[in-house]
Design a protein around this ligand. Sequence first.
Ligand code: NAD
Length: 492
Amino acid sequence: MTSSGAPDEIHVAGRWRAGRGRPLDCVDPASGEVIAKLTAASPADVDEAAGAGAAAAADPGWRDLLPHQRARYLTRIGELIEARAEELAHLQTRNTGKALTETRALVASAAATFRFYAAALETTETPLTPARGPYLTMGVAEPIGVVGAITPWNSPIASDAQKIAPALAAGNAVLLKPAEATPLVSLALARLVVEAGVPPALLSVLPGKGSVVGDAIVRHPLVGKVSFTGGTDTGRAIGRLAADKFMPLTSELGGKSPTIVLPDADAEQAVAGILYGIFSSSGQSCIAGSRIFVPESRYEEFVDRLVAGARRLRVGPGTDPGTQVGPLVTFEHRDRVAAMVDRARAEGATVLCGGDVPDDPALACGAYYSPTLLGGLGNDSRTCQEEIFGPVGVVLSYRDEEDLVAQANDTIFGLACGIWTRDYRQAWRLARRIDAGTVWINTYKQFSISTPFSGMKASGVGTDKGREAILRYTRQKSIYWGLDEDPLPWAR
Ligand code: NAD
């Protein structure tokens, strides 16, 4: 471990050691300070991890555990995460810049995820299906063997847990590839998984570049499924490789989610929810409500309220308990967001607030960007069609419900949607008409692990979360048990 408590080795095939890839510096985006120096994994490490993972998953000592016995390990992991919650939250805040309030919630969610899948595993039933002859018919779910879990940088421990917990529950080994910039909390999680008594080769954590380490995982012949969360272009590239291998792929991808104010909405509630939806996590959230639709009749009122609210947000380091908007994950990403706002200006956007790097000297060393609202753009602008993944929202107006639905659905994405109204009939109608895997009505960005999560259109294929997620890490097999004493009639 480094003096800051950050892990400095990676976990390959059951051993802690340096990777065989390139040097990898982990940086605190609030200060620019290097907080850990690792050596990334290499394709050779992926190969070793896959071989050892396959052997560990096939070992009768693990393979033949009964569900309630395997569940105990998951419960223990959840307990260990809870016991180290503060340490994990601080580590994630230092590596990602996210506010401590958010990283604490992510750590709690990771612990709850392991407990949930322990309970789900113990209570998953093997279906006896209705037979159409003198036999018993049943379906059994078998482990795939080795699965790849590839995660982004915005919520590492929670997204890692959502893949590792059901995959281990199903009896698999996992090769986890955290995002290049933010591997530290995933490595810390691996220490807890090992401490819980899980055979160490069942979880390898392989940091490094996606195009090298992630690609090696996707292509590896022993990897029988990949669960990917990340950008749409990356998901598309992985999908092509998965198709070549006939390998199942779950992909949770990008979004450009509409958050909709209906004419009767309670302005105070809607504004608080919209600000949270776009500016929490500094907008680095797949489900960020980045297109804000307001009725023409209330456009000025909402622009004024949203701008006043955005200007009040406290921007600062994630470690400051008062911070609402932390730095972006890296300086490169901050510059990318700034360039997209410049492009929006060139497209004719009016900057309603923000649109710059904060001038507070105390923030000069960090990768900060001011909460930004834009107006004056049509939904067909590039700014409204492409994910920015930063604290940038566009306020748009609509005439009536038909116009609203047409604009809201005019996007390649279909991840989430928020609706603010007191009119439950219209809320229901819209919730069914908008292309989105998740719709929030009079709330936003609320989650429960028992509720499935998925995207429509270019926001992804397949589903995470929910008790059925365990089955998504299995191969289905049907078994027919003949009950007749007599030989089959055909050959007689
Ligand atoms: P990204 O696609 O660049 O990277 C995601 C992960 O994939 C990283 O671990 C990366 O190293 C790896 N990767 C990159 N290229 C790869 C390749 N060729 N083969 C295999 N792996 C590869 O995404 P990001 O910038 O880390 O994260 C932001 C994106 O993630 C946004 O688009 C966001 O919307 C999306 N996201 C989606 C969800 C969801 O549940 N739908 C949740 C969080 C983030």
